[in-house]
Ligand binder design. Sequence first.
Ligand code: PLP
Length: 398
Amino acid sequence: MNLSKTSSFSTRAWIELDRKALAGNVRFLRSRLPQGCSLMPAVKADAYGHGAILIARELNRLGVEAFCVACIQEAVLLRENGIVGEILILGYTHPVQFPLIQKYNLIQTAVDYEYAKQLNLYARRQNKKLRVHIGVDTGMHRLGERSENIEKLSAICSLSNLSIDGIFSHLCAADGSTEREKQFTEKQISAFSHVLQKLKTHPFFKNAPPKTHLLSSYGILRYPEFAGDYARVGIALYGVLSTEKDTTLYQTSVSQHVNAHDFILTPVLSLKARVAIVKELYKGESAGYGLAFTAERDMRLAAITIGYADGLPRIAAAHGGSVLLHGRRAPIIGRICMDQTLVDISGIPGVQAGDTAVLIGRSGSESISAGHLAEQSATITNELLSRLGSRLERVWKE
Ligand SMILES: *Cc1c(COP(=O)(O)O)cnc(C)c1O
């Protein structure tokens, strides 16, 4: 069996990462942001399934000096693997884990005033200062102190054992295109700037103005003028938007304004797996669990070594899911199993055990985008990618 060098240890199912695509996306996103605004990539959920350590290391090399993650385990993992720069924990950290914030030089989000007091109390007992960014709720009503509670926000700034290094909010409808969503986003933006305006006079703000940030992927693309000091880019950094439609629309609209080779969001990830076996399936026979597929004529099938435990959604089988083999489309048949998937290769001559099947990415002139597979799986790319399993190997494409 001829295993190419790239995939010499990618024996079953794996993710191939494109370094050039990542660098291109970083360059493009930086070019969209005003001077003085730095990227703070979201590398939570194992960098949206791409592999947080590989991605963050490469981003460090590309000069990225700030990251955000969902939880403290993710932050500690990055530090233990040598990632340098700021690491902001966007979510809740349980008080028993507060010691790790200082130990690993992390930044914790103050999710509201009460929580900020807990952080401060801990820090005071240790005779330390903890670094925080204040979360401001401007309408999403998830984390953050409510934007109209100026007194509480101001009181957070006065907590003497907290170092208020930043303040941020999160837009929850910036990806929307309805009038209602646009108006809501503008309301969030003005609520956030109102908070900044009010806190400006606080002595703490005067002495050491905290970094401000508001935008994630869609915000960067649509409202770059409100960037502040950081842009918390997630999905776009990986070269896709949440839906296939958005990606296509955006590529088309931007390519009209920007130099063709300046612009491009290129997908960083391909998903591949091996053919384990090739066999005949005769007319009238069924294949897979639940007799869900029955052959209407004699055909050939291949078993591919990837399944739902690797993050390939079961539902994709029923919505036209396919894989690429030898540059051709092989429809998924029957039910996707935990570790394997059956595909129809009747129309594709020469398929053998050991061949590479592409689930996301290119093969010859055919391609399957993450957006397309997400659509077939009744979800968005963010969910599809972030659920790609830990069993998959992650390797850089040569
Ligand atoms: C996940 C997350 C981001 C990144 O969002 P994308 O839409 O993927 O760019 C930014 N900010 C917060 C608070 C998040 O939770």
